[in-house]
Design a binder for this molecule. Structure first.
Ligand code: 13P
Ligand code: SF4
Length: 314
């Protein structure tokens, strides 16, 4: 059956033609819609996306993720065009750290090393000594001398997790992600009662009580890797439900259950920012070469230093 203009098959074929014509690469985070993950040249967590962006030889990067991911790619590849299918794809966690307020916090503690999670604006990265992702935060903090005083922002839950596993006492900014911060321990314990053999996989952006009941705490890539290597048959996945697509693909014989959110009747928990990107928008952004991510040169010069430090240390 041939594709009809505008349908999924047509969009996929047009995207593939445009990609070749323009020497473009499509990168996707695990939380993207399934049809976007299907056409991506590369799928990964925030760390893998940054690493991949740093080494790509494509002329155009289409970042199917949220704005800070596109910004990080742009800072690392200033000679390339970085596009994002929907310019409104932001991040509540990045928004929970206003650069002006963060600067005041940093200025109050001049003897502290500043570590920022990658889920931040370029302006916050510009105030930072080392950027981390959930995939390398522990490894990076452990490389710093024990007596080093550290500010960690913006995710409070991830900061608490890193403090607990490293024995540090980092000063934490009080930011959070609206998706991960609303998972309910009660509902997850309820789910566990009806699936007693299921292991609980938790993203470190979730609250501390959830981290404590987890069989594995880790970034999206770490949770995926754990599920592949582990010998259980069933998992309750406490992070954005987009990751279930890759988990089911990699482990078709296993059962993955999306953890329910606190205030939702459904069995899933989605990041509305991540889901703003659609196949239609990927097609249009490749065709029109916009929306483009722009980072002012002087800011990019400052923000690249802590990102490069992260890449060296991870
Ligand atoms: P990962 O780095 O684990 O993919 O997480 C990114 C993110 O936005 C989590 O909400
Ligand atoms: Fe940001 Fe949360 Fe969405 Fe991740 S899931 S992109 S932290 S709002």
């Amino acid at each position: 059956m041939s594709a009809i203009k505008g349908d999924t098959a047509w969009l996929k074929s047009e995207i593939s033609k445009l990609k070749k014509e323009k020497n473009a690469v499509i990168m996707s985070h695990y939380y993207q819609r399934e049809e976007i993950q299907e056409i991506a040249d590369f799928i990964g967590d925030s760390l893998a996306l940054a690493r991949q962006a740093a080494k790509t030889d494509a002329s155009i990067i289409v970042m199917c993720g949220v704005h800070f991911m596109g910004e990080t790619a742009k800072i690392l590849c200033r000679d390339k065009k970085v596009l994002i299918p929907d310019s409104n794809a932001g991040c509540s966690l990045a928004d929970s750290c206003d650069p002006k307020e963060f600067k005041e916090f940093v200025d109050k503690h001049p003897d502290h090393t500043v570590i920022s999670y990658v889920n931040t604006s370029a302006a916050v990265k510009g105030l930072t000594d080392i950027v981390v992702t959930s995939g390398n935060a522990r490894r990076i903090v452990e490389q710093l001398p024990e007596e080093e005083k550290i500010i960690f922002g913006p995710d409070h839950n991830l900061g608490e997790y890193i403090n607990s596993v490293t024995g540090r006492n980092m000063l934490l900014w009080k930011g959070a992600c609206h998706v991960h911060d609303r998972f309910s321990i009660e509902k997850i314990m309820e789910m566990k009662k009806s699936h007693p053999g299921a292991k609980i996989l938790v993203h470190p952006e979730c609250r501390r009580p959830l981290q404590l009941i987890a069989d594995k705490v880790g970034s999206t890539a770490a949770l995926l890797e754990f599920a592949q290597k582990d010998d259980s048959k069933e998992y309750i996945v406490v992070t954005e439900s987009g990751i279930l697509f890759e988990m089911r693909k990699k482990c078709p014989e296993k059962i993955f259950l999306a953890a329910p959110a606190e205030d939702s009747e459904c069995q899933c928990n989605e990041c509305d920012y991540m889901k703003l990107n659609t196949l239609q928008k990927v097609y249009e952004c490749l065709r029109d070469e916009q929306p483009e991510i722009i980072v002012e040169e002087e800011l990019a010069d400052r923000a690249i230093k802590p990102i490069e430090r992260m890449l060296e240390m991870s």
